[in-house]
Design a protein around this ligand. Structure first.
Ligand code: ADP
Length: 260
């Protein structure tokens, strides 16, 4: 589902780096120095790119689009968790548009094709003393050029790239541009009209609902069942064998107070 000409209001300023520990860390440093919303931090490679729970995100030189987006949304902190879902919808639409392939979203933050991960998303935010959002940083890694042998043994079974999916070598700028076009529309819409439209799109693209899921806390299984629904705020409702339904929030959003 596409938005009709919403007036976007995000100015893009791209900063390229040869190497960074993590684009999210750099974007947060820039945010603290007052960088504007719309600043995009791109690195050829990350030495310490990370996913949720500080898990390592492999970001080899020149093989993917490793970037973070600095945002200053005028939205309640509690709703900012939706940025992960919004970004996942934007990536999915961009990759579908570029390739014609049916990329899907695994709740909450992974973009998949045929059961393999092509993109991970990590959103983080900083709160001001009054509880409002000082800034949010959305880190996104999209595998572009890897051939099967470029993934280590562990990832070869679970990861894919645009090249593996299509046989085409896409350029990083092309992928970023496609993402940006989708993101700007969705982000503007979200701030003006809320989450409902994003949610509808997310539901259309997701590959989680109706399937068995295992919920883990620090790699320890704490619950399992069937993913039944995503509620109006983005939480996942999971029904277990005993028929109880429990709602899970995103584990990957680290909410820090101004002191932390
Ligand atoms: P998940 O959402 O699956 O729990 P994370 O969002 O924490 O995972 O992402 C980190 C995980 O993604 C790593 O533990 C690893 O299994 C996988 N991974 C790391 N680098 C890549 C990559 N470049 N492409 C696909 N998967 C990756």
């Amino acid at each position: 589902m596409k938005l009709v000409a919403e007036k976007p209001f995000l100015n893009k300023k791209i900063m390229y780096y040869h190497e960074l520990d993590s684009t999210n860390i750099e974007a947060q440093k820039l945010a603290k120095l007052g960088a504007a919303e719309g600043t995009v931090v791109v690195a050829d490679r990350q030495t310490a790119g990370s996913g949720r729970l500080r898990r390592r995100w492999e970001s080899p030189a020149g093989q993917g689009l490793w970037f973070s987006l600095l945002l200053r949304p005028t939205i309640a902190a509690a709703d900012c968790a939706q940025l992960t879902l919004l970004s996942a919808v934007a990536v999915t639409q961009a990759l579908r548009g570029l390739t014609g392939k049916n990329f899907t979203i695994k709740w909450p933050n992974d973009i998949m094709l045929d059961g393999k991960k092509i993109c991970g998303i990590l959103a983080e935010m900083e709160l001001a003393a009054d509880g409002s959002v000082e800034y949010a940083v959305v880190g996104i890694g999209i595998n572009i050029k890897m051939a099967a042998e470029d993934f280590g043994i562990r990832l070869a079974a679970t990861a894919t790239s645009l090249y593996l999916a299509t046989g085409i070598v896409y350029e990083r700028e092309q992928v970023l541009k496609a993402f940006w076009n989708e993101f700007v529309q969705l982000y503007s819409h979200w701030q003006q009209h809320g989450f409902a439209f994003i949610r509808q799109n997310w539901l259309e693209y997701n590959c989680t609902l109706g399937h068995r899921v295992v919920i883990k806390d620090n790699d320890e299984e704490i619950y399992s069942g069937t993913a039944e629904a995503m509620d109006d705020y983005g939480s996942l409702l999971v029904r277990n064998a005993a028929g109880e339904s429990i709602s899970f929030n995103f584990g990957e959003i680290s909410i820090r107070s101004c002191s932390g």
